[in-house]
Design a protein around this ligand. Sequence first.
Ligand code: HSE
Length: 426
Amino acid sequence: MKTITIGLLGLGTVGKGVVALLQKQAPKISRTQDFQFKLKSVAVHNLARHQNDDLPAGTILTDKVATVVDDPEIQIVIEAMGTIEPAKVAICQAILNGKSIISANKDLLATAGPELLDLAKTAKVDFFYEASVAGGIPILRILSSSLETDQITQITGIINGTANYVLTAMDRKKQDYATALQAAQKLGYAEADPTNDVQGIDATYKLIILSRFAFGQSLRCADVPSQGITAITPAQLQSADQLGLKIKLLAVAKEFNHQLFSFVGPAALPAAEPLAHVNGVQNAIAIQSDALGETTYTGPGAGAAPTANSILSDLLATGDDIVKGNCGREFNSYRRPARARSLAAVPQRYLITIAGTGNLLSIASSVPTAQWERQVTSNHYWSGLTPVITQAQLNTLMKKLQKSHQQVAALPLANSWQTTPAPVTV
Ligand code: HSE
């Protein structure tokens, strides 16, 4: 049986998960494949911190990336360092040394993916990154294989486990934002610095990667209007509940007339929608396509074992290519010119929440509710759903409400987006 030698960069939550799952599943891998893996060396930032980590006997622990990426015996480098630099330099060096790459680094793949993937193609090495989107859900393989023959029209994702964990805890356990975020960090879901998780940046990176597979269009971060969950209040979650809605951090890409409309941010979802039931660290991706209609894929979006499983599936695909001499095939070869548009700018409906203990009657009289479909009041807030309005009309409405009320918030109602020209009723 052929032995394929691998190296690992990074021994955080994901790296440790890879080492553990690789050891646990080694017997099954040697039963199902005609090759086995040997983990030769692991590079870490701080050697002292990893002295007691559980590594297979004989594995070299080093604080020098070059020990992994310049080792002629190593055929596959798994990059689990995260963030853009120095991962980019390490990956480039490994590719130039003829090694295949497996990465979970969505930041890097979203911002420098095309350039790195071209480098890998030229060097005739594999570059797989299933774990970069939605942790344990094998969504990129589904898009590049099972759905390759279908025409995808919309992707709606809950693709940040930390944000979904925080929103779920605020809604169900009535925890405040800081307590819920701390719990997500302790469970190993959040990035080392959770800013990208809660600001919608991590979800934007993942939407960019998903859009390349689903639509062949490569968006830039600046193309995607994005917002985080830091301003979401308990009043908004409660008022959404009262109206039969759930608030989720959504990442949406919708193709219309060859243009790709996108948006990342908190949005209200009717409670009957499948995505409204996706809670905690779970992720979900709903895909609308011509042949299949709507399919939804759910699973854990973060955490050591789910992410490691996606990395190991890439490892098997790469091992197979090495054995068969097939390296250099692209994970995704669908490419078309990008025509980016903002989904936040199209006419849509909004959930308006006004919090406070003021006179609710005066609130109600200040809102032009005649054509609003549903509205509700409680002792602490007023909320309602607008008809389809333009962004300019929303801005005028918000300015008017903010003159007399302090805490006024608006969230889009998912799937009310009018990408087709539609008469606007106000
Ligand atoms: N911090 C990410 C999340 C990890 O919470 O989804 C997986 O990409």
